[in-house]
Ligand binder design. Structure first.
Ligand code: FES
Ligand SMILES: [Fe+2]
Length: 317
C-alpha cells in the first residue's frame, strides 16, 4: 500500500470547472499539473514545472491562436504535447511531460500517468444519459490524508453528528450492504426530526431531503461514491469525488444530477441544491481537519461494514 494508490482511476474534473483559455493548477498523487481548455472545449494537461528554469506554468497565460501556454518567467510557449515553441526549431521534442487524460463526455479521468490497475467506472456516462447535469459543488482541498476522506464517504453514522445542523438525523437504518471486489452498494434510511417552515424557507434544497431520507450509495473504490436520493422532486444524484493531492491533502468535488426538469423553476431550485451540497462538504472538511492523529478505534458502532470494506481495500492495494 502507498498513500496515493498507484494505478487507480481518478476523476479530476468536469469540463465546466475550467474556464476557457485560463490555466488551472491541479495537484494529483504528489505531482502538479497545469490544465487549460480552449474555445473548442479541448483540454490540455502538462506537468506544471517549466523545463527551462522551473517556473510554475499555471501562473502563465494561454495564447488562444496557437493553443499554447506561455511561461510567466521568460514567456517561452509550450504546445499541448509539451513541445517548446523555439524560433529556430521545428518539431522539437516534448520537454514538458503530458498528463494522459481519459474522457467520458465532459468528465475527465486520469491514472496520474501510472499503469492502470482498475477500469474507469462507466457510471457517469450512464448518469449523463438518464439525468440532467446541474453543476458541480465544492472543488476544495481538505487538509487531511486521503484515507480520512475516503472513510468519511463510507461512514453511514457520521451524518448524525457531522451533518446534524442540516439534516437533524435521529436514527440511521442500514437496509443492505453488498460488496463485490472494488464495488459496493449500501441502502440506508435516515429518520429526521421535522423541519420547521422557516427552515424550508431558508433552505429550499431541504425539499430534496424528505423524512425519512432514503439513499442508495454506489461505491466505486477509491474515487467515487454516487448517492441516489429519492425525493418528492424526483431523484437527486450526488457523485462524491475524491483524489489524493499530496500525502496530507485531498481534493473533493461533487457533480450533481437531477432526474426531473422543472423548466423555469430550475434556476430557483438548482443554486440552493448546489449550496446545500457545499454545506455538506464544509461540514465534512471541518470535521476531518479537526481530528486528532489517527489511532485504532477503541469502540465499534453498528453499520461500520462499509468502513471496514474501504479500509481493507486501501491497506491491501
Ligand atoms: S522558466 Fe519558463 S521560460 Fe524560463
Ligand atoms: Fe459527510
Amino acid at each position: 500500500m502507498t498513500w496515493n494508490l498507484p494505478g487507480a482511476p481518478w476523476l479530476i474534473a468536469h469540463k465546466s470547472m475550467l474556464k476557457v483559455n485560463k490555466p488551472k493548477l491541479f495537484t494529483i498523487c504528489g505531482q502538479d499539473y497545469v490544465f487549460w481548455k480552449n474555445e473548442k472545449g479541448e483540454i490540455s494537461a502538462l506537468e506544471n514545472i517549466c523545463p527551462h528554469m522551473g517556473a510554475k506554468l499555471s501562473d502563465g497565460w494561454i495564447c488562444p491562436d496557437t493553443n499554447t501556454i506561455a511561461c510567466p518567467f521568460h514567456a517561452l510557449e509550450f504546445d499541448s504535447e509539451g513541445r517548446a515553441i523555439l524560433p529556430n526549431e521545428k518539431n522539437s521534442k516534448p520537454l514538458a511531460k503530458q498528463l494522459k487524460l481519459f474522457f467520458q463526455g465532459d468528465f475527465i479521468w486520469t491514472y496520474a500517468n501510472q499503469e492502470p490497475k482498475l477500469p474507469i467506472p462507466d457510471v457517469l456516462e450512464k448518469l449523463s444519459t438518464q439525468f440532467r447535469f446541474i453543476g458541480v459543488a465544492g472543488d476544495v482541498t481538505i487538509k487531511a490524508p486521503f484515507l480520512d476522506a475516503l472513510e468519511i464517504n463510507h461512514d453511514v453514522n457520521h451524518a448524525k453528528g457531522t451533518h446534524r445542523e442540516l439534516f437533524r438525523i435521529k436514527e440511521t437504518i442500514v437496509n443492505d450492504f453488498q460488496a463485490n471486489n472494488y464495488f459496493s452498494v449500501s441502502i440506508i434510511k435516515h429518520i429526521r426530526e421535522k423541519n420547521t417552515l422557516s427552515e424550508y424557507r431558508k433552505n429550499i434544497a431541504l425539499l430534496f431531503s424528505p423524512n425519512p431520507v432514503e439513499l442508495v450509495l454506489e461505491n466505486y473504490f477509491p474515487s467515487l461514491v454516487v448517492v441516489y436520493n429519492d425525493s418528492p422532486l424526483g431523484k437527486l444524484v450526488q457523485a462524491f469525488t475524491i483524489y489524493p493531492q499530496n500525502q496530507n491533502t485531498t481534493r473533493i468535488f461533487i457533480p450533481l444530477f437531477a432526474e426531473k426538469s422543472f423548466g423555469v423553476f430550475n434556476s430557483i431550485l438548482e443554486p440552493p441544491t448546489i449550496k446545500a451540497t457545499e454545506e455538506i462538504i464544509r461540514q465534512d472538511v471541518t470535521m476531518l481537519e479537526n481530528l486528532y492523529p489517527r489511532f485504532e478505534p477503541k469502540i465499534r458502532l453498528s453499520h461500520e461494514e462499509p468502513l471496514r470494506w474501504v479500509r481493507q481495500l486501501y491497506h491491501n492495494w
